[in-house]
Design a protein around this ligand. Sequence first.
Ligand code: RNT
Ligand code: ZN
Length: 424
Amino acid sequence: MTQQPTDNQIHSAYALAQERYAAFGVDTEKAMQALAGIPISLHCWQGDDVGGFESPGAALTGGIQATGNYPGKARTADELRADLDRAYSLIPGKHRLALHAIYAETGDKRVERNALQPEHFANWVGWAKAKGHGLDFNPTLFSHPLADAGFTLSSHDAGVRNYWIEHCIACRKIGEHFGRELGTPCVTNIWIPDGMKDTPVDRKTPRGLLKESLDKVLAEKLDRRYHLDAIEGKLFGIGAESYTVGSHEFYLAYAVANKTLICLDSGHYHPTETISDKLSAVLNFVDEALLHVSRGVRWDSDHVVTFSDDLQAITQEIVRGGYTERVHIGLDYFDASINRIAAWVIGTRNTVRALLTALLEPYEQARALEISGDYTGRLALLEELKALPSNAVWDEYCLRQGVPVGFGFMDVIRSYEKDVLAQR
Ligand code: RNT
Ligand code: ZN
């Protein structure tokens, strides 16, 4: 057991912090209030290493990889929901869940992905309703025999392409159903693994085919009150190092031309490129964006999100730009080498805490310095802010939201591991 601070200690530290921030013109109460209104979409696939329930033990393909074999992973939808409940109980605020199509519950029947229906997600919808989570969705265009050749929506084989077009259409309908049932729009995000290990001679045809396929997938307009379409580009994947059909340029152009959301995954760019810098660029041309907050270590490794400069730069851009309504924040990582619930909790708490830190910035003051050309003052202020007691506000926020303060969440995770995960 960790020795926890008492409520009184937390409140007194907060009162001091509140004064320090007030001296910079920052209202900590307002910041906490704004924070409570920003949902993070947790990714269901961290709970079972992107396995899903379609065929137990199926290999994960598509050039992505979850490494590690930490015991106790969820084997059924009920186990996954129980693990998620545990995770949400340790994260302050109300948050969403992003599902993948392979998390359908089809009972004893095998249902082809192009035949999936809302009814196959009835348990998820019931659960989300009961717990107050919004749902987001993803068609699954990997871990399937028809994706084994490395091409889906851009395949030269019309039969393969059609299968995946039908799958994506089925998923948009399911997403729309989620939105209607839950009263909050579902973001359905399309990512495909299509690409080549070695240098292709024809880069053009697969991209033309992908455009055609997407046009068919998105032909039916869905009500934006219930459903939003997002498309996610990428630089490379394992086994697709030389050519990715759905590159960033491809999807950004497609999103602008077709008014979809663009999904920016922080692991999907050259190592010195950051998605924080992209937001204020793309949001001039697309209405909304989806983020896959992740952490690449040397490559698109999907490590647990840590409280890094990169993460803070992302949340600062969202807050400074006033984009909290236009940027949907989702997570995307899968670490199988540590407790999977802790992975969710640590990455999500970090993201929420980074949002809080951004909300505690005296942005107008810093901006005034910048506009007047006082870059010395801007640098001095930004450096000073780093040492302000944001953590005292964070602790107070956790306490008010009824979740463990600080490292205390690990006590809960350890007992759940002993009582539940170890019995699997
Ligand atoms: C893959 C993409 C994609 C997946 C999920 C599982 O590189 O980031 O978002 O991680 O769909
Ligand atoms: Zn992603």
